[in-house]
Structure formats: C-alpha cells, structure tokens
Design a protein around this ligand. Structure first.
Ligand SMILES: [Zn+2]
Ligand SMILES: [Zn+2]
Length: 186
C-alpha cells in the first residue's frame, strides 16, 4: 500500500481549456475554450490517483492563493497578468479570512446572524457569503454584515473580490452594493 504523500508532492498546472465545458471552482462560471486555466492538483480523496480542481487564475488567486503561488513558481507557461495575480494571492495569504469570500447578496430574511458581531442580519441588508475550503471542497460557512467586513477580514480592500464572486447580481445591484459600501465606510 503506497504511503500518503504530502500535498506539496503534487504539481499544480496552468493549461488552456480544451473545451468550454469546465467550470471554475471559485466563481462557478464556465471557463472559456482556449482560456488559460489553473489546475490545483491534490490526491484523490475518493479513489485512486489525483484530482484536479480548475479555476480562472484570478479566482484561484483570491480563493486558493497558496497553490496558485506554488503553480506560478513552477510553471513554464506564459501566464498573463502574472504580477497582478501574485499581488492578489499574496494579499489573500496575508489575511487568513479573505480567501473565504464568496460574494454578496441581499439577505432574504432577518434570520441569519453575522459571524463577526453575532447580531442578526436584517432583511434586504447586504451580506457577504463565506465559504470554508476543506479537502477539495468549498462549504457554506455563513454570512457577514457588509459593515462588519473590516472587523472580520482585517482589511477593507475586499470589494473587487466580493463582486467577482457575485455573478448573479444585476448591474443595478452591483451599483447599489458599491454605493452602500462607500456610504458605510468610517
Ligand atoms: Zn472563476
Ligand atoms: Zn456583523
């Protein structure tokens, strides 16, 4: 029986998407055919061999910064926007809760409590979705008040990331989100 290998023993890859059918694990959107994608390789937890999680490189920089940085260090591919990807990933590595950001939405009820201040999040108020990564999966982890973002994430520079992971929001919603975030800043 082979010994378990440490995750650092597997190589991450950058490769163009062969079809338009793969979906990004970070944002849930399709990865266009021919677009360079990032593959996080990890031991297959459900069987033999390895499994690969595919991401848009920027989505990986936000949500899986450490594997992305390892991949950038190893790859011989010409990765577009390499420096800004590195910067984004280093910011995510430096703030341990930032990779949990999974977008924003209006609270459909007043029942959920904020993970940061533990107060209820009012109906229709903006809330930030949180996910936890564990062994190849992102699991829902609750919500944060938009106003509690700095207290929770320990940086206020999270709006671009929040919007990236909110593909379902309309343009009007995005503008309202940005306006609300700006008016609530101390
Ligand atoms: Zn993505
Ligand atoms: Zn709160």
């Amino acid at each position: 029986m082979p010994a378990l290998e440490y995750p650092s023993a597997v190589a991450h890859i950058f490769a163009p998407a062969a079809s338009g059918r793969s979906k990004c694990r970070g944002c849930g959107q399709p990865i266009k055919r021919g677009e360079l994608r990032f593959g996080e390789c990890l031991p297959n937890l459900f069987g033999e061999g390895e499994m690969t999680l595919w991401f848009h490189p920027l989505c990986a920089a936000y949500k899986r910064p450490q594997p992305l940085l390892e991949g950038l260090a190893e790859t011989s591919e010409n990765v577009p926007d390499r420096e800004s990807l590195e910067r984004t990933a280093l910011t995510s590595v430096a703030h341990r809760r930032v990779p949990r950001i999974d977008g924003a939405e209006r609270s459909p009820s007043g029942q959920a409590r904020c993970r940061s201040c533990h107060e209820p999040i009012g109906r229709d108020a903006w809330r930030i979705r949180i996910v936890f990564y564990l062994e190849g999966r992102f699991s829902p982890g609750g919500y944060i008040h938009l106003t509690c973002r700095k207290a929770y994430f320990e940086t206020a520079e999270v709006l671009d990331q929040i919007l990236r992971f909110s593909p379902a929001l309309s343009d009007a919603d995005r503008q309202d989100f940005i306006r609300t975030a700006g008016s609530e800043q101390a």
